[in-house]
Design a protein around this ligand. Structure first.
Ligand code: SAH
Length: 356
């Protein structure tokens, strides 16, 4: 057991089993031993903006197009949730500066990041962009007074989920507890209130799993409310599913490989597939329109990743193969092209956002 596992075990011994959401939060965000206490990107997993600069550039152009389509609201706010190493924002700002300097000259830019280690990397990476950028640790009401253009990649997958398993006793929450001193999964003895289970999951077979990400749903609804009220658009890219399923998707990844979920908290990255249909419902409860999900492959192709990659290859002939291979990784359905999806939020009265 690592030190964080020992502390979690002590907490369970003192206070009883933890929900998976609580376990995920400790594993990811513990200030000493949590995954994001240091930089896991590249070591444990790799993300689209780190693979190819075209990803962040197209996200930047997406913002510019959505802003134009809505009549260029004054003093827009550009926000990124969970910016990792700051690469997506750096590439997006470069593209925005070239395509619409008048957006940047009025925009307020805010990065929402909980990890001090990653915030330091972002500050360093974005120094050269010369943009005026503010950091904060959560999306809150300070961001609800202007048109909001929001970007986020591989953020919702690491927000905490709870799991409920269909049993003869009803839907029982899966908890993290202790078994002979080791962290282990166990089902809560009492079934959850059935009204908690949405209608599309009620018919699950025995053993079927329902995953819910309460923090993701609340955050999505809040973002939708701001966009419905003040204008703007959000682009949420992540891996996940659009149809109802009954399987579990919580996973641990360390050193680019799948790992045990409970054995080394903080040394692996815990995440779960994003339930895009549930996010889209949260968008509608917030009073905005939801678009998608569309596959990352279709989304990037529609935004012109092909011509953009060609231009880069012509400008850097020695790198052409590397550029082509990186872009292929993003769009190939056997790699990230189909599993990753994009969802967009816009006001009901606004035109359809680009790529949807
Ligand atoms: N978007 C980046 C990084 C993805 S990793 C990329 O595509 O490369 C997830 C990011 O979300 C990290 O920056 C992590 O520190 C941040 N994060 C995780 N949970 C968070 C939370 N609850 N609030 C804000 N940031 C969070």
């Amino acid at each position: 057991m690592n030190k964080l596992a020992e502390r979690i075990a002590a907490l369970i011994a003192a206070e009883g089993p933890l929900s998976i959401a609580q376990f995920m939060t400790l594993s990811l965000h513990d200030p000493e031993g949590g995954t994001y206490a240091r930089d896991p990107i590249g070591r444990d997993f790799i993300t689209a903006p780190e693979i190819s600069q075209t990803f962040g550039e197209l996200c930047g152009l997406w913002v510019v197009q959505a802003w134009h389509d809505q009549g260029r609201p004054d003093r827009p706010r550009l926000v990124e949730l969970g910016p990792g190493r700051g690469t997506l924002m750096a590439d997006a700002l470069r593209a925005i500066a070239a395509a619409a300097p008048e957006f940047l000259s009025q925009a307020e830019i805010v990065l929402v990041e909980t990890s001090p280690a990653l915030e330091a990397l972002q500050r360093d990476k974005l120094k050269i962009s010369m943009a005026d950028i503010a950091w904060q640790v959560r999306f809150d009401e300070s961001l609800d007074d202007r048109a909001l253009y929001l970007l986020t990649n591989e953020f919702f997958d690491c927000l905490p989920i709870r799991q409920f398993v269909k049993t003869e006793r009803g839907w029982c929450e899966r908890m993290v507890t202790l078994e002979t001193g080791e962290l282990a999964f166990a089902l809560a003895p009492l079934a959850a209130d059935p009204s908690f289970i949405p209608p599309d999951r009620v018919g699950a077979p025995q053993g079927g799993v329902y995953e819910i990400a309460p923090a993701s749903l609340a955050l999505t609804e809040e973002i939708a409310r701001v966009i419905a009220d003040k204008g703007g658009a959000a682009l949420i890219v992540d891996y996940g599913y659009g149809e109802v399923g009954f399987g579990e998707t919580l996973q641990a990844v360390g050193g680019h490989k799948f790992a045990e979920l409970l054995t080394a908290p903080g040394e692996t990255d815990l995440s779960a597939h994003v339930d895009f249909a549930a996010l889209a419902r949260a968008v509608r409860s917030g009073g905005a329109a939801a678009y998608g999900p569309v596959t990352q492959c279709n989304f990037l192709a529609d935004l012109g990743i092909g011509p953009r990659a060609e231009r880069l290859m012509i400008a850097n002939p020695n790198e052409a193969r590397v550029i082509a291979a990186a872009v292929d990784r993003l769009v190939n359905p056997k790699e990230m092209g189909a599993l990753f999806k994009a969802l967009s939020i816009a006001p009901k009265t606004a035109p359809t956002p680009p790529g949807f």
